[in-house]
Design a protein around this ligand. Structure first.
Ligand code: G3D
Ligand code: MG
Length: 178
């Protein structure tokens, strides 16, 4: 963060939200980022953690059990941790093409929420280590959403791609907030 930004936002805490269908790999990503893979003691489903001193990270399953509705999204975004977001990570299980369509529909709905205007979105095309995984390029093509600024191939179980994905997100957040 530049000196000027620090002057404007002395203790600015950046808020990143990570969403995806259940089983996409969100918890595994979080554990890698926090702890190099070992599970910290956190409650299961919805979590907000301090990733670094300045970055808080909220993770949430979408489309689990019941289909996501405008109301349930509004609820999510009214949560203090999801207001005034700096960035969104959407995690996709690249090995499960049968759920791409529903993931796309949910992501599109999230992006059309007014709270999301301009917020940078990075997709993690996760589970790249599995033989049946489709490539990040194919994930990009099947999502075809212009607000998605970067699609990063990842394997959360061994951590590959996560550093690069977070670097890209940081770059986009910096651009967005300047
Ligand atoms: P979620 O939090 O999005 O619901 P999880 O997803 O992080 O709980 O992961 C769901 C399952 O996928 C877990 O397997 C986890 O180990 C596995 N997984 C996550 N990321 C990867 C990946 O990159 N590659 C592979 N091969 N598996 C991954 P279990 O068996 O524990 O349910
Ligand atoms: Mg989880």
């Amino acid at each position: 963060m530049s000196a000027m930004r620090r002057a404007i936002y002395p203790n600015r805490n950046f808020k990143i939200l990570m969403l995806g269908l259940d089983n996409a790999g969100k918890t595994t990503v979080l554990y890698q980022l926090l702890n190099g893979g070992s599970p910290p003691t956190l409650p299961a489903n919805e979590e907000t953690v301090q990733l670094t001193r300045r970055v808080s990270f909220t993770i949430h399953d979408v489309g689990f059990q019941q289909p996501i509705t405008r109301a349930s999204l509004d609820n999510l975004f009214q949560d203090n941790h999801c207001q005034d977001l700096d960035g969104l990570i959407f995690v996709i299980d690249s090995s499960d093409q049968s759920r791409f369509e529903v993931a796309k529909r949910i992501l599109r709905r999230i992006l059309s929420s007014h709270d999301m205007t301009g917020v940078p979105v990075v997709v993690f095309a996760n589970k790249q280590d599995l033989p049946q995984a489709v490539s990040p390029l194919e994930v990009t093509n099947s999502l075809s959403l212009s607000q998605v600024r970067h699609v990063q191939g990842t394997s959360a179980t061994d951590g590959s791609g996560l550093t690069e994905g977070m670097r890209q997100l940081r770059r986009l957040v910096r651009e967005f907030r300047q």
